[in-house]
Design a binder for this molecule. Structure first.
Ligand code: NI
Length: 190
């Protein structure tokens, strides 16, 4: 079911979500939250969505990138259900990514993200995963895990002069960003 997306200012976005057990994960209410997250993300053309963005206090996010009209430069990510994720940076390499968010309507801004991270999580069947993510894909995982920790991308915008509406981004900033990030994606490979 497509759910309403909570926007910035609602307290649920600022509260860290709670981890769930494998037992609880297998219950119909939790599996329904996962299905709702997938439906809501796809309906809104998001690259990912976290459970607290639909008002649910659990540490679950879903991520998927196909041909995304909101982020056409993003490499594809198959549908990934991510439960109880923990992220550890692998090294000090940083990339500045211009980000947006379904809970921050019509605003984008530059955020520094780790280029390479280790992510541990459970999938919707409770199977453990321990994976390395790189580049823009790593950035997407960091953005969604921030949500689950009660953080929004705007908290990480160091230079507030990079904040733009989507319309002004298209007019004044898109070309330079696409050129830089395309070169980055070609170098990093994801
Ligand atoms: Ni977001």
């Amino acid at each position: 079911m497509i759910r309403d997306i909570v926007t910035i200012g609602h307290p649920v976005l600022r509260e860290p979500t709670r981890r769930i057990s494998v037992e609880e994960l297998s219950t119909p209410p939790m599996q329904q939250i996962i299905d709702d997250l997938i439906d809501t993300m796809r309906h809104a053309n998001g690259a990912g969505i976290a459970a607290n963005q639909i008002g649910e206090h659990v540490r679950i996010t879903v991520i998927e990138v196909n041909d995304n009209p909101r982020y056409p430069y993003k490499p594809r990510i198959p549908l990934t259900v991510v439960v109880n994720p923990e992220i550890t940076p692998i090294d000090d390499e940083i990339v500045v990514i211009n980000e947006g968010c379904l809970s921050v309507p019509n605003l984008r801004g530059d955020v520094s993200r780790h280029v390479s991270v280790r992510v541990t999580y459970l999938d919707r069947d409770g199977v453990e995963h321990d994976e390395i993510k790189r580049g823009l894909t790593a950035g997407t995982f960091q953005h969604e895990c921030d949500h689950l920790d009660g953080k929004l991308f705007v908290d990480r915008v160091a230079d507030t002069r990079t904040l733009t509406t989507w319309e002004q981004f298209e007019r004044f900033h898109r070309a330079a960003f696409i050129e830089r990030i395309t070169a980055f994606v070609e170098r990093v490979g994801s």
